[in-house]
Design a binder for this molecule. Structure first.
Ligand SMILES: [Zn+2]
Length: 144
């Protein structure tokens, strides 16, 4: 999977991330319609800077988009040994958020080390599987 690209936009020391489309819109505007507001600019393949006549200085640099993990992509859901399809959210100790006595399916200790994290799945994984209809999400865990 290709890494998403975006622009880091720095204006007077304040850096934000903008989409390539937004960055190109600003560069194109500075070169065309907004030209009279520009004191000086430089545009390269993945780096642009624009100094505006009003004193603003904008730097745009193409960067890899930060890897963001959406909440539904965090692997923390699992059923239990007795009920594999009613899924709870588990913490790092594989204890359910709604009730610390509930342990995830497959959780156990091997030579003192906690195992079973591999059974945890993200909400998106469960909802996009062909067996999604079998699963119910614990509402107490959802609210945590
Ligand atoms: Zn729960």
């Amino acid at each position: 999977m290709a890494t998403d690209k975006m622009y880091e936009r720095t204006e007077d020391g304040v850096t934000t991330h903008v989409s390539i489309r937004e960055a190109m819109a600003e560069v194109n505007h500075a070169m065309m319609d907004g030209k009279r507001d520009v004191r000086e600019m430089s545009s390269g393949r993945d780096r642009h800077w624009i100094d505006y006549k009003d004193g603003r200085s904008v730097r745009l640099t193409l960067v890899d988009a930060p890897a963001e993990t959406a909440a539904e992509d965090v692997k923390e859901w699992s059923g239990t040994a007795s009920n594999g399809t009613h899924v709870h959210r588990f913490d790092a100790e594989l204890k359910a958020l709604c009730n610390r006595r509930i342990r995830s399916r497959g959780a156990g200790r091997v030579s003192g080390a906690l195992v079973g994290h591999g059974n945890l799945r993200s909400r998106r994984e469960i909802e996009s599987s062909e067996y999604a209809y079998l699963y119910t999400f614990c509402s107490k865990c959802e609210d945590k």
